[in-house]
Design a binder for this molecule. Sequence first.
Ligand SMILES: Cc1cc2nc3c(=O)[nH]c(=O)nc-3n(C[C@H](O)[C@H](O)[C@H](O)COP(=O)(O)OP(=O)(O)OC[C@H]3O[C@@H](n4cnc5c(N)ncnc54)[C@H](O)[C@@H]3O)c2cc1C
Length: 547
Amino acid sequence: NRSSRRRPNRQNGALASTATPNKFSTMTTDAMPVEEKLCDVPPLPEPAADGKVVIIGGGIAGLSCGCYLQMNGIQTEILEASLLPGGLCTAWHRGPYVFDGCLRWLMGTHPPSAFHQVWTELGAIAGRKVFVHDEMLRIEGADGKTLSVPADLDKLAREFKRIAPEDSGLIDKLVRDARRCAPLEPPLENALELMSLFEKMKTGLRYLPMVPVIFRYKNVPITTYLARYKNKFLREALQLIVGNEDMSALVLVMLLAFRTRNNTGFVAGGSWDFAMAIADRYARLGGTVRYKARVTSIKVENNRATGVQCADGTFVPAATVVSCADGHTTIFKMLDGRFVDKKILYLYEHCQPFPAIIQVSLGIKKIFPDAPHTLNLALRQPLCVDDQTRHNNLEVETFGSESGLCPEGTTVMTLRFPTSYEFWTGLKKTDPQRYRAEKKRVVQEIIAILDKRFPGLAEQIERSDIATPATFVRYTGNWQGSYEGWLPTPRILGRRIPYTLPRLENFYMAGHWVVAGGGLPSAAIAGRYVAQMICAQNGKVFAATNP
Ligand SMILES: Cc1cc2nc3c(=O)[nH]c(=O)nc-3n(C[C@H](O)[C@H](O)[C@H](O)COP(=O)(O)OP(=O)(O)OC[C@H]3O[C@@H](n4cnc5c(N)ncnc54)[C@H](O)[C@@H]3O)c2cc1C
């Protein structure tokens, strides 16, 4: 009964079917009523037997998909290559310090947002303290100029105009557009693939006020947009807010829009507690995770996925296979590149993943009451991080004991910056000794830089750690060391990335490789959408419950 499958359900007072966008992309690929999305939806595979669903990858997408399927009485098993759940959403414990490998800010930390509903259903943040910072970012320029970037848009406009009165017109317009996009929420009813034309049109209408803004910015590279600003410092500051120079200008608008709603924050305990809470929810729902189970191939019979082959020789049969592992590995290795079309090839040949990064983490036996939560620091001399990359700025995140990442009287500082994937993975393979020496050098240079900004820091460091692209790849297998899937560039925004592959039945993909811009909310919602599709395929009415 298709019509009853499409109907939203209520359970525990919550809408049973929700959708959650991510900070950059979801507005464009999952929530945006783009033409392509409304018209060009791949048909659902034929219904399959109500059997076990095998999920490849126990990151946030895999856990989310598993939770929602278990909620709907569909038996699942997650096969995870590593020893732990969470994938990129992880942390490293070093003595009394927790070095968070992911979470800086999470969308959906407060009700009544749709994102919050998903985190509630997954048991991810309940009962945990959330810190929403009034100051999004502090920028300290090389010549002593400082800019505070408040989350509140009125304050932000005042601050921007203070340093760049000549750009008042552009600032007003940017703030107006961000404000217009602030209410943007994903459709809660159903995965788009399951909506009728009428439902799609209704969903599209909801986004009508934002559509002109989205279309005005989406195809404009951020550098082109920023060239309109006369004030050099503001221009540079706006670029620092966005980060990567290849991104679309829409990213700037969306970042300001999301941060102004008080709905993005840091959750105490960070990524570790967050991932463990979802893994716990999955276990309580009856799901099982098989760790150290690296899937090498997906078995296909008569164009239907029938199970997966693991590296240890085990074959796991499945009624449906969901890959929440790296997209490139899934399509071109596990499936040998047999189920692709022009759209898929275009993505992997022409679109850009997020750059590989280094993360340096420091555990310091000292507190820094005046340190902003996020500080972008101009360097007196460029920091050389590999054979090609020099950075003139560094972003420092400061966490006190209230974050749950370190004991009272101590601080954790983390710094992340792009680097060459080839340099670090190559070095690790060919010259492990130099790899270790280079890691040490980068950490020492960073400590020296920070010691100038925070005098006395160097001698109070108790623990330090560095994760390179080789680390991220070893733990999660993400293509080219990308930390959030696809970079939201003009080329990819508005492009529909399907959850299925052409000609392959009983198979789905979820995670940050199917939602441009990636991030935790995208991963979770992609898992939820796929669960909705599998329910529909099995003739079940999707329902979500709260723990
Ligand atoms: C440093 C950093 C900071 C970040 N900051 C934020 C932030 O502040 N806010 C935010 O929203 N997002 C942030 N992100 C992004 C976010 O972590 C990711 O987008 C999200 O976790 C992706 O989840 P996923 O489940 O799609 O993929 P992954 O986390 O990559 O999970 C995939 C899983 O599949 C497993 N796997 C891979 N291959 C196989 C195989 N062959 N067999 C079995 N298992 C396999 C992997 O081990 C992994 O566990 C950050 C990421 C990083 C690295």
